[in-house]
Design a binder for this molecule. Structure first.
Ligand SMILES: *[C@@H]1O[C@H](CO)[C@@H](O)[C@H](O)[C@H]1NC(C)=O
Ligand SMILES: *[C@@H]1O[C@H](CO)[C@@H](O)[C@H](O)[C@H]1NC(C)=O
Ligand SMILES: *[C@@H]1O[C@H](CO)[C@@H](O)[C@H](O)[C@H]1NC(C)=O
Length: 495
């Protein structure tokens, strides 16, 4: 087992270079991702010399399977995939312009990049200048460093990425806060309160809301950025936002949340800007369900435009989806991430989130994360001042099998397979699947559409295959049969 792991990792390193150079003509420096690729356990049975079909057979995916795509079972209208700016943009926004543009292209360009369509911009609280707890990459400057004094030149780097995203066609922008400015907290620090206790001093409730609304209004009037939504919390019920932590964070209990939301609602209306409210970005699906039920009980839910959830933990997807239908609000998955650099765990997670939670937007955490962490589609040494070298990981490509193919404005339809997503956009039906072996997709329920052929691409990290165009296949009698790889993500565009 260990031997195979090692050989897969070296193989990957080798192919990785080839893929990057041919795909993007980048010069990204050595691939330094950790060799802890978590792939399907069955891959230990496969030799790196096996063809994909050999390996499919060994991994028992060669059994013939028919996946039904149900044209009549329409699900959510999808607005797009996105990413959180915040830390990586704060660092890489200071890179030489050519590097910044390369990264922005890789993430946002619709032809040559991932084509992400949503960005989340952090309105930094701004740390107390007396404290230096935070990592370099997390030390974002606030716009109101002292009460009543605004500095509109602050946070230029993250703003550069926001503008670069918009220039490349990103249509949806959300603003978010991780902590109120330090001078509104009990501990005097945006890192949190002792032992993760509530850290927002409620006496500043008007000032906190004024801060956020002033920033959003300034972006609207002076930077030509319209935030469609504003999220004032980030994992607010968590107890890990402790004084001396390395990042901005603030425990804000449900009672306080429900004092702040109506104030924000009122002040946004008074400011006469189109921005609406999202909440509460809880860490887990189950916690979000709890929050939604609580907001619904007190009636505060009416002040919200949408509910955001992170999906790092929890599994009550179906219940949260039901609750969202009941309260009649859209849901965003605003954060998810993990350290598996193959991206395959993320891919499975996207399948589950999109099918069961039916969010209208799905965001990964960071576009660029720490070198070797496995977290980033792109990775760089974010805490090393002045080092702006970066590279793409396999996750870039496996994530891209979703983002490049499932277009904003698509409508998802249900499938008989937990590992196959299907979406209709104009006259195109797109499938993204992790199913493997000989698979037949039955699209005959689309009687009014004349589907004739399918183009297939896949990314298979253990084979070093990235955005590989496999070919064009005929649809016959409403069915198409393909040989698909194990431990890969395939995108099938049917027209
Ligand atoms: C793969 O093939 C090469 C060349 O035939 C051979 O030397 C090597 O031992 C094979 N590797 C495995 C894991 O079977
Ligand atoms: C403002 O933003 C909109 C939408 O992105 C764009 O169409 C318009 O050209 C921008 N205006 C200016 C003055 O930059
Ligand atoms: C929301 O509140 C209404 C009215 O009290 C109730 O009927 C409904 O079941 C609640 N829904 C959720 C998801 O809590």
């Amino acid at each position: 087992m260990a031997h195979f792991k090692h050989s897969f990792a070296s193989l990957l390193t080798f192919f990785f270079f080839a893929a990057l150079v041919t795909a993007y003509n980048l010069n990204p420096g050595p691939y330094v991702g950790s060799d802890s690729l978590s792939l399907d356990p069955c891959l230990s049975e496969c030799s790196s010399n096996d063809t994909i079909n050999d390996c499919n057979h060994k991994c028992h995916c060669a059994t013939e399977e028919t996946v039904m795509i149900d044209a009549t079972a329409k699900q959510q209208k999808f607005r797009g995939f996105g990413i959180n700016l915040a830390w990586f943009a704060f660092v890489m926004g200071r890179a030489p312009e050519s590097v910044r543009n390369q990264i922005a292209d890789l993430l946002f360009d619709k032809e040559n990049g991932l084509g992400l369509n949503v960005v989340r911009y952090e309105i930094p609280g701004g740390e107390n200048p007396r404290f230096f707890f935070m990592h370099e990459r997390e030390r974002l400057p606030g716009y109101e460093p002292v009460p009543g004094v605004y500095d509109w030149s602050a946070d230029e780097a993250q703003r550069w990425f926001l503008m670069a995203a918009i220039q490349r066609g990103v249509e949806i922008q959300e603003a978010m806060a991780y902590s109120p400015p330090y001078w509104m907290t009990y501990s005097g620090s945006t890192t949190g309160g002792p032992k993760g206790y509530p850290n927002f001093n409620i006496n500043y409730k008007e000032q906190f809301v004024d801060y956020l609304v002033t920033v959003v209004k300034h972006f609207y009037e002076h930077f030509n950025v319209t935030f469609s939504t504003l999220e004032m919390f980030n994992e607010p019920l968590a107890d890990y936002w402790t004084f001396g932590n390395r990042q901005e964070g603030c425990h804000i209990g449900l009672d306080t949340q429900q004092i702040l939301i109506p104030i924000l609602h009122k002040k946004l209306q008074e400011a006469n800007i189109p921005t609406k409210i999202a909440a509460a970005d809880d860490y887990s699906i189950d916690q979000t369900l709890f929050t939604v039920i609580a907001y619904n009980e007190t009636g505060i839910i009416r002040d919200l435009h949408q509910v955001n959830t992170h999906t790092y933990a929890g599994n009550r997807r179906a219940q949260l989806h039901e609750a969202m239908l009941d309260v009649n609000k859209p849901l965003w998955v605003s954060e998810y991430g993990n350290g598996d650099n193959s991206g395959l765990i993320t891919a499975r997670h996207i399948m589950k989130d999109i099918q069961k939670l039916q969010p209208e937007v799905w965001c990964y955490w960071q576009g660029v994360d720490m070198a070797g962490s496995g977290w980033g589609p792109l990775e760089a040494h974010l805490n090393t001042v002045g080092d702006y070298s970066f590279y793409a990981t396999p996750k870039y490509y496996t994530f891209g099998q979703f983002t490049k193919f499932l277009k904003p404005g698509s409508t998802f339809v249900s499938t008989s397979d937990p590992l196959t997503l299907a979406a209709i956009h104009e006259n195109t039906l797109t499938l993204v699947t992790m199913n493997c072996g000989k698979v037949t997709f039955d699209v005959s329920s689309f009687s009014n559409m004349m589907y004739q052929e399918a183009q297939v691409w896949y990314s298979v990290p253990w084979k070093g295959l990235y955005f590989k165009k496999v070919g064009t296949f005929l649809v016959e009698n409403g069915k198409i049969t393909l040989e698909l790889p194990v431990a890969g993500v395939s995108s099938i565009v049917i027209q």
